[in-house]
Design a protein around this ligand. Structure first.
Ligand code: CA
Length: 228
């Protein structure tokens, strides 16, 4: 599976250039021309990284980042900011507002690709695309689950659930948060559905004794943890 990158940039020429360069590097690219459409997009789908221009009409790039960081469903989204301003104070300000890295225009496609790769690596999306805990190996490129070197058949929703929980291991998510992440906010799904899929994931892990990793936290929700 290749990584999804959301480009938020109002200038069509720059957007085109970014898309071209990132698609050539093997990424799936989505575009938003302003902050409002970016937030709308994020309501339905969470990409692996967002590339946000500083200068946007309406909500500014910095405000967009602030809003993303204030929303617990998407606050961990890695963000790289594009800036035409070279001033140190601007750069510092963007870091303080929670940007993972910034690139000053003009930049080369090579620099862009290197920065994005580095941020994705730091955020846990490693080169091999594998999430490994104990004997569980989730291959996020092939969407394949291997436990103790055996391939375990996993349905698409259970896969998403397990990937999300493993990626955020140790963190507790409410049913509502899991619904937002796995089904998106615009689709109406009953909270009970989350329990059904959690059960199915546990069933897949049970023959290996790893069902205990999918933990129910009373009154709070679910988490993936190797500790009891
Ligand atoms: Ca712009």
């Amino acid at each position: 599976m290749s990584h999804d990158i959301l480009i938020v940039e109002d200038e069509p020429d720059i957007r085109e250039m970014l898309r071209f360069s990132l698609e050539r590097a093997g990424y799936n690219v989505q575009e938003a021309a302003d902050g409002e459409s970016a937030l709308e997009y994020l309501n339905n789908k969470i990409p692996h990284l967002a590339l946000v221009d500083w200068m946007l009409p309406g909500i500014s790039g910095v405000d967009l980042v602030r809003r993303i960081r204030a929303d617990e469903t998407i606050q961990d989204l890695p963000i790289v900011m594009l800036t035409a301003r070279g001033g140190e104070s601007d750069k510092l300000a963007s870091f303080e507002r929670g940007v993972d890295d910034y690139i000053t225009k003009p930049f080369s496609p090579k620099e862009l690709q290197a920065r994005i790769k580095a941020v994705l690596r730091r955020s846990g999306h490693n080169e091999s695309g594998q999430l490994i805990v104990a004997d569980i190996c989730l291959d996020t490129r092939a969407h394949r689950l291997m436990i103790a070197d055996q391939t375990v058949h996993i349905g698409p929703t259970e896969y998403k659930m397990l990937e999300f929980l493993m990626r955020n291991h140790g963190r507790v998510f409410s049913r509502e948060q899991l619904l937002d992440h796995i089904w998106g906010r615009t689709i109406y799904v009953e909270e009970r559905t989350v329990d059904v899929h959690i059960l199915r994931v546990r069933k897949l892990l049970a023959p290996f004794g790893y069902d205990r990793f999918i933990q129910t936290v009373r009154g709070a929700g679910y988490r993936f943890s190797e500790k009891d």
